[in-house]
Design a protein around this ligand. Sequence first.
Ligand code: CP
Ligand code: NVA
Length: 300
Amino acid sequence: MSPRHFLTLNDLSSSEFRDIIQRACELKEMQADGILHEPLKNRIMAMVFEKASTRTRVSFEAGMAQLGGHALFLSPQDTQLGRGEPIEDTARVLARMTDAIMVRTFAHEKIERMADASTVPVINALTDDYHPCQLLADMQTYFEHRGDIQGQSVCWVGDGNNMCNSFINAAALLDFELIVACPEGYEPMAELVKTNKDRVKIVRRPEEGVVGAALVATDVWASMGQEDERVRREKDFTGFEVTLELMALAKDDALFLHCLPAHRGEEVSANVIDAPDSVVWDEAENRLHAQKALMEFLMC
Ligand code: CP
Ligand code: NVA
């Protein structure tokens, strides 16, 4: 039987997504209360990082340790992956020795191939197309501060990138409206927009998109792997900075989320991200709790 993978949010049902959010909140409380919970004792997770990371690496490694297990950091420079060993062979071998494989890579197709070859769960820790783990944490953050997101309007401002694609999946699963405010040529995946056309709308002006939004989210203008496009992107994204003025057009109690790392003065102004009531630090912390809930769900 093939294992349960987590390559996109669509690997979960709506109720499983909600259960993981709820479980993440419980695990957060248990951790704060010092309650030991080690369902993954003696279990091991391989973490393959082909791109840089701070939050993802630390949250998975700390989370695995807190659940009683162990996580192994693997990078292409130090493994045979960097010397051309086929990813299918790598997945097969890692699956013989570990209980789950977490992967951060470039082409999404690569993680699909690894999942096909693996006999243990494969977790997407970011590809060029999706960042589903971040959405678990983002939705947990919204739920804990504002309650259920069902029926709300959410505005994504900026690049229609991997985060934006995952927001579309979250909108479908948790039943909210998503307005994507992006410049021409920076739309999210066309196929996803088409499938979700009843709830996803593309606008060209952030000032239009944020009206009535309960949540405003953004991300860097140049993602990992797009460093060469940075100058052109800075020009193309002029006017797409999330500022206090823009936030003032959203709902009075609208939350602002950013997966981080952030560039102050580019996609977000310092006074928005560093506001005293900013929840982006909760959002970052929730990577730990949400992924613990995910690992428990996939591995127990
Ligand atoms: N948000 C996020 O995935 O951060 P890292 O790149 O630091 O893991
Ligand atoms: N869109 C960004 C997210 C970083 C967590 C990137 O892919 O670099």
